[in-house]
Each structure stands twice: as C-alpha cells, then as structure tokens.
Design a protein around this ligand. Structure first.
Ligand code: NAD
Length: 305
C-alpha cells in the first residue's frame, strides 16, 4: 500500500534509500541540511521540504538516516513533540545502543511505534536496493516497517526489542574488523615467508581460516577481482566508518561489562590507520600499515602469480 513517508538525512546512504521508496510508489518528502543532497533528491522523485518537521508533516512514516546518535536523538526529540500518535518512526543510522533506546523511549511516550533498523551493504547496496536491515522494536512496529524495508533492501531481520538492531550491527562489524586484521596479518606473514598470495588464498579459502574478509573482500590484489585491493583501496567501506563502528562496540562493551580484547585492539589499529591519514581509504587497506609501509614492489607480480 502506498504511503506518505518523511525522510530525514539524504546523504550517501539516505539519498538512494529515499529514491528507492519513491520508485516503489510511495510519496516521499525529504529533508537534509546540505543543499547538494536536496538537489540530488529532487532529481530522484523526492519532494523537498524546508525542514525536518515539514518533511514529517502528514506522513504515515518517518525515516531518519543521520551521522550519529546525537543527531538522531535531537531530530526524534523534535519529531516527538509534533507528529501524531501512531506515526511509525524508523531510524536506519548506525548509532550507539543507548541513543537508540533513548529514541525508542521518546517515541513510546508520544504513542508512536518505532524501530531501530541499521543497515549493512554500503552505498552500492543502498543504490541497488539490496541492503540488509537489522531491526529492533515490538513485533507490531516491525510488521508495519517490514514492507518499506523490503523496498530498500534484500534481507530484513527482526533481532529483538528496542536497540537489538544496533546491537546486531555493532557485533557483526566487530567480527568484520577483527577478521579483516587477521586476514591482513596472514597475507603479510605469508609474503615474508615467500608464499604466493594465490597459494595462501587457495588453501585458506577452503580451510579453517575461511571467512568473508578473505573470500569476498580479499585485502590483496588478485584472488578476488572485485575487492577494493584491485582498485587502489578505494572504498568500498571507508576505514573511518569501520573505526566508528568499532568504537560503538567498545562503548557498548564497557557499558554492558563484556570483555572484548580483540575488538579493543582492532579499534586501536584503525584509529592509528586513520591518524596516519588513511580514514578515507577502504578498511582492507590496513594491510599496508600492518606490513610496516606501502605495498612492496612485488605486489603486482605476486597478484598475478
Ligand atoms: P552522510 O554523512 O553521507 O549522510 C548523513 C546526512 O545527514 C548528511 O547529508 C547530513 O547533512 C544529514 N544531516 C545531519 N544532521 C541533520 C539534521 N539535523 N537534519 C537533516 N539532515 C541532517 O552519511 P551516510 O554515509 O549516508 O551514513 C548515514 C548513516 O548510515 C551513518 O550512521 C553511517 O554510519 C551509516 N552507514 C553508512 C554506510 C556507508 O557505507 N556509508 C554503511 C552502513 C551504515
């Protein structure tokens, strides 16, 4: 059923996600603080509003896709003073679990069903409509949101109560950050031992070292042609975004009293990588730092070995 949707935050992810909702036949009114994002939205069938509250005015559903927890709490505080009870609120930003729960509490006090529904799949997935959504909230709120999430993504999971979507997101990305560093260290060691990258890949990809960081996103050029290593480590998934997620995991671990020593180490290594000026590179580019410098001259020859 076609709905009227307010969409707040039309950046790299929100812009194409809102465009996919419009393509699916919904009426979408969008708002962003940046004029260039509003121009791009106009060209994608989105009506542009003059403020977040104007975008939400008369909407059945409001979606937010903002940088961090403080932005979400600020926008939801304003929304929850204005939207009628019953308006469905969805936040798809990646934020800390506490901010997500705070946003849920604001919505509940207003009588609005709400879900936290962060995504994985990056800007490519946002454009293609193939994102994975991890949702937290009541079964009723989830069942209302699910058809809209399916218009923007391929896989949609209900992970549990308020904040469970954010919890799933940061736990998954902590696995990813740690496993990528493990795969990078193995290739850096293999190189020093004179092992060809292809030989290491052939063995590990069908052995107990197998993981997504190796077989789908290999951090050296050659074995997985589509991985950013073959494209000068252009993102992909920027190292600064990986650092953001690892920090969220560390803050959640401290609050919950969970021991995550490898997550802490991964956060420190990505913080160093960013401090060295590589935050805009793909996160698999950390192999160059772990080698102790830039790629060795043998890189291209080994890639074709
Ligand atoms: P972005 O910076 O491109 O977009 C965020 C947008 O929010 C910006 O255009 C900004 O102007 C706007 N904004 C900020 N405050 C606002 C306000 N008060 N009202 C209206 N607009 C406001 O970021 P992005 O890459 O689109 O990421 C958005 C979220 O999705 C982040 O939480 C990020 O961690 C998460 N995420 C990003 C990726 C990715 O690959 N880019 C992947 C998964 C999740």
């Amino acid at each position: 059923m076609a709905q009227t949707i307010g969409f707040i935050g039309l950046g790299n992810m929100g812009g194409p996600m809102a465009a996919n909702l419009a393509k699916a036949g919904h009426t979408v009114r969008g708002f962003d603080l940046v004029a260039a994002s509003l121009d791009a939205a106009r060209g994608a069938g989105i009506a542009v509003a003059g403020s977040a509250l104007e975008a939400a005015d008369g909407a059945d559903v409001v979606v937010t896709m903002l940088p961090a927890g403080r932005h979400v709490v600020e926008v939801w505080t304003a929304l929850c003073e204005r939207v009628p009870a019953g308006t469905l609120l969805i936040d798809s930003s990646t934020v800390d679990v506490q901010s997500a729960r705070r946003a849920h509490a604001l919505a509940e006090a207003r009588g609005c069903p709400a879900i936290d529904a962060p995504v994985s799949g990056g800007t490519g997935g946002a454009r293609a409509g193939t994102l994975t959504f991890m949702a937290g909230g009541t079964a009723e709120a989830f069942s209302r949101a699910e058809p809209l999430l399916k218009a923007m993504g391929k896989s949609v999971f209900h992970c549990g109560a308020a904040g469970a979507g954010q919890a799933a997101k940061i736990c998954n990305n902590m696995i990813l950050g740690i496993s990528m560093i493990g795969v990078c260290e193995a290739f850096a060691l293999g190189e020093k031992l004179g092992l060809s990258r292809q030989a290491l890949f052939d063995v590990a990809s069908v052995s107990s070292g197998q993981c997504w960081s190796l077989t789908s996103y290999c951090p050296v050029p050659g074995p997985v042609p589509a991985s950013p290593a073959n494209n000068g480590y252009r993102p992909g998934f920027a190292a600064s975004l990986m650092l953001k997620d690892l920090r969220l995991a560390q803050s959640a671990a401290a609050t919950a009293g969970a021991a995550t020593p490898l997550g802490a180490e991964a956060a420190q290594l990505y913080a160093l990588f960013e401090a060295l000026g590589h935050g805009g590179e793909d996160f698999s580019g950390i192999i160059r730092m772990l080698r102790g410098g830039e790629a060795p001259a043998a890189e291209e020859t080994a890639a074709s070995a």
